[in-house]
Design a protein around this ligand. Structure first.
Ligand code: FAD
Ligand code: 2HG
Ligand code: ZN
Length: 487
């Protein structure tokens, strides 16, 4: 790949800034430190960079003009949606030479077609707004993340986001039919087709899904809609172990079939943090348990009896010893309270102190043995480290996040930071040995690009580099993200 020149000609930034202002209007090119600040730090607060400017185009044509100008000036571009990514992929590096391209002004729902089952949106539309537009048309857009009030469809597509509905509806890549993308040189690829069947060559749509802003800027998408699910039955279930949770999953699949829509796990440590830091949170069960599962069944208006089905499957599970207790939501408010226990975990981990995130996935059959074997290894590396383990157990995906040990009752963040590299290596090595993946749903960003390359075969890394070279030969799109710097 062509390397960028080490130093840009001295006058170039000014000329580039003028061209960017011409492209999107002066008000939408931010360069004052205070204006740029929110765009150069991520949600975790861990990834911080600096930017030459933040550009906020209002249309696909404006995105194209921005990319043309940056391409001619050989200036790297970092696409950014809601800036909720957890791996540092949406914020610039520390060089001050990168332009952040925010999709925040591109928020139009272009079309909803309930009969075809499609919704066509700008990439900057917030996920919750896509879900609301679908609901208004009597349909469901199933993707659901704790960040859905801020993250954008462009970011979801660029990271191939997962979330709590993957079990039933699949990852983002299974929810998209077509894309509109601005290429690194400013050309526009209009692939906004809503066809279910289209075998006319390489699947370019899927190439851009999960590309984390390294191949182009997604500006629009045609997404799939599903029948609405107004009937829901939700339970918070105490289970003695991860092995029991996996057995309960098999039970639930057997008893509830297609109605099983959510199957999320959390350990007691996670729930203790929620109870300590989330206002209004309370434990729905009388006695504490090592592990919990949030189970939800969902169906259409004709699917009566979901509560009874859930109750009977949980009764059978308790009898079989795979669950010890359960609380079934008796009202929408109780359902929201159960969901808050699960969805609040990321936020309360941050409040508690330094956190080391690991978004791993394993074959479901090996999940329990891996979890049991790994916990003591981590204690050897960092005594007292607190695994806050939760996630999408139905997909084999655990957020095996670590909070710092407590010293005199306070989070000893320095101890966690000192041991971070060894803790992460322990987790990644054991996951790799069990044929798992070191990024299930958050992507690689800047945090994991090097590690991922080291766990992949040379052939796989070469293929990824070849794709990057073909679409972005000047290496201007989000350099250092997904592939390690210099590759
Ligand atoms: P950003 O953070 O802005 O960007 C993410 C990446 O996508 C960057 O590499 C960026 O360059 C690229 N990008 C953004 N927009 C575009 C575009 N239009 N074209 C090309 N590239 C683009 N993730 C999950 O998968 N599952 C979860 O359950 C989940 N829960 C979360 C809960 C919380 C509380 C938080 C804070 C995050 C969570 N996330 C989850 C992570 C995050 O929300 C997702 O990765 C989301 O898809 C990112 O969307 P965004 O718009 O914020 O993207
Ligand atoms: C979730 O499932 C998200 O809640 C966030 O993927 C996980 O913050 C995290 O590590
Ligand atoms: Zn998750």
């Amino acid at each position: 790949m062509t390397d960028l020149p080490d130093r840009l000609p001295a006058r170039l930034p000014d000329r580039l800034l003028d061209r960017l202002r011409d492209a999107v209007g002066e008000a939408h090119v931010l360069s004052a430190e205070a204006d740029v600040a929110p765009y150069v730090v991520d949600w975790t607060g861990v990834h911080r960079g600096s930017a030459l400017a933040v550009v906020r185009p209002g249309s696909t044509d404006e995105v194209a003009a921005v990319l043309r100008a940056c391409h001619e000036a050989r200036t790297p571009v970092v696409p950014q949606g809601g800036n909720t990514g957890l791996v540092g992929g949406g914020v610039p590096d520390g060089s001050g030479r990168q332009v952040v391209l925010s999709l925040g002004r591109m928020r139009d729902v272009r079309d909803v077609d309930p009969v075809a089952g499609t919704i066509t949106v700008d990439a900057g539309v917030v996920l919750a707004d896509v879900r609301a537009a679908a609901a208004e048309a009597g349909r469901l857009f199933p993707m659901s993340l704790g960040s859905e009030g801020s993250c954008t469809i462009g970011g979801n597509l660029a990271t191939n986001a997962g979330g709590t509905a993957v079990l039933r509806y699949g990852m983002t890549r299974e929810l998209v039919l077509g894309l509109e993308v601005v290429l690194p040189d400013g050309r526009v690829w209009d692939g906004l087709r809503g066809l279910r069947k289209d075998n006319t060559g390489y699947d370019l749509t899927q190439l851009f899904v999960g590309s984390e802003g390294t191949l182009g800027v997604i500006t629009g998408a045609v997404l799939r809609l599903f029948p609405a699910t107004p009937r829901r039955a939700t339970a918070w279930v105490a289970v003695p172990s991860v092995a029991a949770a996996v057995s309960l999953l098999a039970f639930a699949q057997q008893h509830a079939g297609v109605h099983l829509s959510t199957f999320e796990i959390a350990n007691r440590q996670a729930i203790d943090l929620v109870l300590a830091h989330l206002p209004g949170a309370s434990d729905p069960l009388a006695a504490p348990s090592d592990w919990y599962v949030l189970v939800e069944l969902a169906g259409s208006a004709v699917d009566d009896g979901l509560d009874e089905a859930l109750e009977s499957l949980l009764g059978a599970a308790v009898e079989a010893g795979v669950a010890s207790d359960a609380a079934i939501a008796g009202s929408p408010a109780q359902r929201s309270a159960l969901w808050a226990l699960r969805e609040g975990i990321s936020e309360v981990q941050k409040v508690e102190g330094a956190t080391l995130k690991h978004d791993v996935t394993l074959p479901i059959a090996r999940l329990a043995a891996w979890t049991e074997a790994t916990a003591p290894l981590l204690q050897e590396v960092c005594p007292g480290v607190r695994p806050v383990t939760y996630g999408h157990v139905g997909d084999g995906n655990l957020h095996y996040n670590l909070n710092a040990p407590l010293t005199d009752g306070r989070s000893d963040d320095d101890a966690l930071r000192a041991a971070a590299a060894d803790l992460t290596a322990t987790i990644y090595d054991t996951v790799a040995r069990e044929d798992g993946s070191i990024s299930a749903e958050h992507g690689l960003g800047r945090t994991k690009a090097a590690a991922a390359a080291s766990y992949k075969s040379d052939v796989e890394v070469d293929l990824m580099r070849a794709v990057k070279q073909a679409l972005d030969p000047a290496g201007l799109m989000n350099p250092g993200v997904l592939l390690p710097p210099g590759s």
